[in-house]
Design a protein around this ligand. Structure first.
Ligand code: CA
Length: 477
């Protein structure tokens, strides 16, 4: 086709589109948005069920993570970085809204049911993607969604411009295992692990190991946005190293010295993710947008040590616990040229702070009041003190609570009426072993009152939880 013919075809397409009243994809794609140089791009890299001790920057010896470590070395390593809940769904709801998910009753993993109109992030809540839309950001969610499977909760209806991944809370990694066309073909619990990958609203086939595919999709998206000179956010939501434990020979071969099969597969899965993160970081370098892009890395909860052979040492507990091992996660951030290299930040911070930081930087007024805090002034030493006087946790189903105030932590990991809260001083007892409540009753009472005040505003669970239903039975008929 010669040049003249292309132009003719294009204008014919355009006039047809105008007369039929729709905007063709190609035209939408080349539309430029005014770039605000003061608002950086944002890349949130979320690992799934990664242990606190399983990154190099937290001392891991058997699994090298040079690329994840590079984020910490290029900027800041948070030694007291927390998520708002010790399992996937609620933790992500806190991260993506900048608010305690207890405020809107997202208290556990919602059921995966495309016909359930309640099981997802309430539409009244504003997601980070919706907030950044006000500052003309383009946003992509790549990987695990977990914010509802009903069509009304689809990412493209929640401020995201691009989706490549899966809607449920977990997935198979090998392409040959992705055999179901849709939820309508799911006939057993966790059958959704075998659904084909979605690109926007379409089911597509992938050729490679899922972790590699997700990394590739992120790289493609970043390249495209930077060519358009468009501000963007990427939420790269890996399902690695969440079960099922599946890894390719390429990554398994890197760990001949790990004998335990589970740990070896886990290591391979983490290594694949680390490779992908390296490709993302290289893309920023190649496109010369490193200094205009904030990169954050964290895990959505602590390692479920028995299930995937992860390690949270020296922290007590695991995924599902309000002990540090459930909620304190590997957490690092870089913003080259803006935040100094090699900061070790020890004050408690939260996943909710990511949305608060970017919205402040982009001068976005959020719909709801955030619980997160802009961390940048603290990291630049423009602001003194600590971002959070207190942090709260609640497990509504188990009637459990935790609160951290300074170095003190009051916690009842289940049924607080019968398992009375214990008090730990994390400054010399990071493993939460020695209950000091007896000699500090006043502090403990004050903290419990504070937690109860906070809890007064919280809501009960508003959707059916995962595992208590058998909706897929209807597909058998
Ligand atoms: Ca998780």
């Amino acid at each position: 086709m010669n040049k003249k013919r292309i132009v003719l075809t294009f204008s014919l397409f355009t006039s047809l589109s105008i007369s039929f009243g729709f905007i063709p994809f190609k035209i939408k794609e080349i539309k430029k948005t005014t770039l605000n140089k003061n608002s950086p791009n944002l890349i949130i890299i979320l690992a799934d069920d990664l242990g606190y001790a399983d990154v190099g920057f937290n001392g891991c010896k058997d699994i090298p993570t040079p690329n994840i470590d590079a984020i910490a070395n290029n900027g800041v390593k948070f030694t007291n970085g927390y998520v708002t809940y010790p399992v996937c769904g609620p933790s992500r709801a806190g991260l993506l809204t900048g608010r305690y998910q207890d405020r809107f009753g997202f208290t556990t993993n919602p059921t995966i049911d495309p016909e359930n109109e309640k099981a997802g992030l309430p539409l009244e809540e504003e997601m980070i993607s919706e907030a950044l839309k006000k500052a003309n950001y383009n946003s992509a969610i790549i990987g695990k969604w977990h914010m509802g499977t009903h069509p009304k909760f689809h990412p493209l209806k929640r401020g995201w411009d691009y989706f490549f991944g899966f809607l449920s809370g977990g997935h198979n990694y090998f392409p040959e295992k992705l055999t179901l066309n849709d939820y309508s073909e799911v006939k057993w619990a966790y059958g959704w692990y075998s659904t084909r990958i979605m690109e926007n609203y379409n089911r597509i086939d992938i050729n490679n190991y899922l972790t590699d595919e997700l990394s590739d999709a992120a790289v493609r998206y970043i390249k495209k946005q930077s060519k358009l000179d468009q501000q963007f956010m990427v939420y790269l939501s890996y399902n690695a190293p969440h079960g099922p434990l599946q890894a390719t020979e390429k990554y398994l071969d890197r760990f001949p010295n790990i004998i335990d099969k589970k740990r070896k597969t886990y290591a391979a899965m983490v290594s694949a993710m680390d490779d992908g993160i390296g490709r993302v970081l290289n893309t920023l370098k190649e496109r010369n947008i490193e200094e205009n892009t904030i990169v954050v890395f964290l895990s959505d909860n602590g390692g479920p040590i028995h299930k995937n052979a992860s390690k949270n040492d020296p922290l007590r507990g695991k995924k599902g616990d309000l002990y540090e091992g459930g909620v304190r996660v590997p957490f690092a951030m870089q913003w080259k040229g803006n935040i100094k290299k090699g900061i070790i930040y020890k004050n408690p911070i939260s996943s909710m702070d990511i949305m608060a930081s970017i919205c402040d930087l982009a001068n976005v007024k959020t719909k709801n009041k955030l619980d997160g805090v802009n961390l940048i002034p603290f990291l630049k030493k423009e602001k003194k003190g600590t971002p959070h006087d207190v942090l709260f946790w609640r497990k509504w189903e188990q009637n459990a609570m935790a609160i951290r105030k300074g170095n003190l932590k009051l916690i009842s990991n289940r049924q607080m009426q019968t398992n009375l809260p214990k008090l730990y001083d994390l400054s010399d007892d990071i493993s939460e072993i020695k209950d000091i409540k007896g000699s500090n009753n006043k502090d403990a009472d004050e903290m419990l009152n504070y937690w109860e005040e906070w809890n007064k505003e919280n809501k009960d669970r508003y959707f059916p939880t995962l595992g208590n239903d058998k909706w897929w039975e209807r597909n058998k008929k």
